[in-house]
Design a protein around this ligand. Structure first.
Ligand code: FAD
Length: 321
């Protein structure tokens, strides 16, 4: 007989970890968390630049914490440590290097199938897999010969390289001004102002631009890119072009729609799961937390609040069954 968990959580980012910890604190027993990466918080590890400032009030999103996890401003490193300590302190059963392929409801129980074909069983499931497993792709083709210098995060950047950061959100601005300490950086954004980013990041970017540390190429989109002797040549729609050692595309992530469909979850026209007020999906007992459901853009606190709301609902449902 296979064990039946009370709750299985897919994804050990902020929303998944918070779901596990709130479950322990609110008395939902037998909880397991599955994470595709070899450790928790893959998005933070892979997409935040080292020493990045981590804001509780990110992108002007909600800052009020509803639940028990008292997250505060910090850095990439302190945030990873904070979530790691939460997992350890609350003794959460975690399976790393276990990507989930899909979840299927059989009667009252969910069958959870891993990418390696193993099966686990649970009464409730929370999907908290974020959107950065599927970063948005640009409309132009990336020639295979330069795919190693056209990146979706700044981890491969080496100091001294001439860089083009593409995007107009907070991630792009933060990459640009942090990289400018060691690199010649241009930021490219198709809109003529950075209205999507926080005022704080826009101020820093504008100050660095005035000081000559960053060049802004805004109000014009990229037409195509080409291999120029192992570097990337970028052609803009205004007919200008420039050669860079590396390009960092910070253009966000997309809903993991295929995964959600495979689990039988109904999606809206934007490929966002349709949920009830308590974040239950169209499949009874299957809840969605974090970035994949954050309509106005996610943040760590948004994920923590989703977790608290869902676990309270699961607690209510377990009381009545
Ligand atoms: C560059 C950048 C800077 C940011 N700065 C801030 C900031 O300062 N403050 C702030 O509040 N927010 C910030 N954010 C946003 C914040 O990181 C996200 O809102 C938050 O990480 C979302 O949490 P999540 O748990 O929903 O998803 P994620 O953090 O994306 O976690 C999802 C987890 O699920 C795992 N996973 C994916 N697929 C599977 C699968 N099939 N099976 C098992 N596991 C799976 C992933 O490996 C990952 O660990 C930033 C984001 C970026 C990209």
């Amino acid at each position: 007989m296979q064990k039946i968990y009370d709750l299985a959580i897919i994804g050990a980012g902020p929303a998944g970890i918070a779901s596990a910890v709130e479950s322990v604190l609110l008395g939902v027993e037998d909880v397991i968390i599955f994470e595709k990466g070899d450790n928790h918080s893959t998005t933070i590890r892979n997409y935040y630049k080292d020493e990045k400032r981590v804001d509780k009030n990110w992108r002007g999103a909600e800052v009020q914490i509803d639940g028990n996890i008292l997250f505060a401003d910090g850095t990439k490193e302190s945030t990873i440590e904070f979530f790691g300590e939460l997992i350890d302190k609350h003794d959460v059963e975690s399976k790393f290097n276990v990507g989930i392929d899909f979840v299927k409801k059989e009667g009252d129980i969910f069958e959870i199938t891993t990418e390696r074909g193993e099966k686990f069983y649970s009464k409730f499931v929370i999907i908290a897999i974020g959107v950065m497993g599927k970063p948005n792709k640009p409309s132009y083709k990336i020639p295979p010969s330069i795919s190693d210098i056209v990146n979706f995060n700044p981890n491969s950047c080496r100091s001294g390289e001439k860089l083009l950061v593409v995007g107009g959100g907070d991630s792009a601005l933060e990459y640009a001004y942090m990289l400018s300490a060691t690199n010649d950086v241009t930021i490219s954004y198709r809109q003529s102002s950075f209205s999507r980013a926080s005022e704080q990041n826009i101020d820093i970017l504008n100050r660095y631009t005035k000081e000559g540390k960053i060049v802004q190429k805004i109000g014009v989109d990229i037409d195509y890119i080409a291999d120029c002797d192992g570097k990337v040549e970028v052609f803009f729609f205004d007919k200008s072009s420039e050669v860079f050692d590396r390009m960092v595309l910070a253009i966000g992530g997309a809903s993991p729609a295929d995964f959600l469909r495979k689990c039988g979850i109904e999606l809206d026209e934007n490929e966002t799961p349709i949920t009830e007020e308590n974040l239950q999906s169209s499949v009874e007992g299957l809840f969605i937390a974090g970035d994949i459901i954050a309509k106005k853009g996610g943040s760590i606190v948004v994920g923590l609040n989703h977790a608290f709301k869902i676990v309270n609902r699961i607690k209510e449902l377990t009381r009545t069954t």
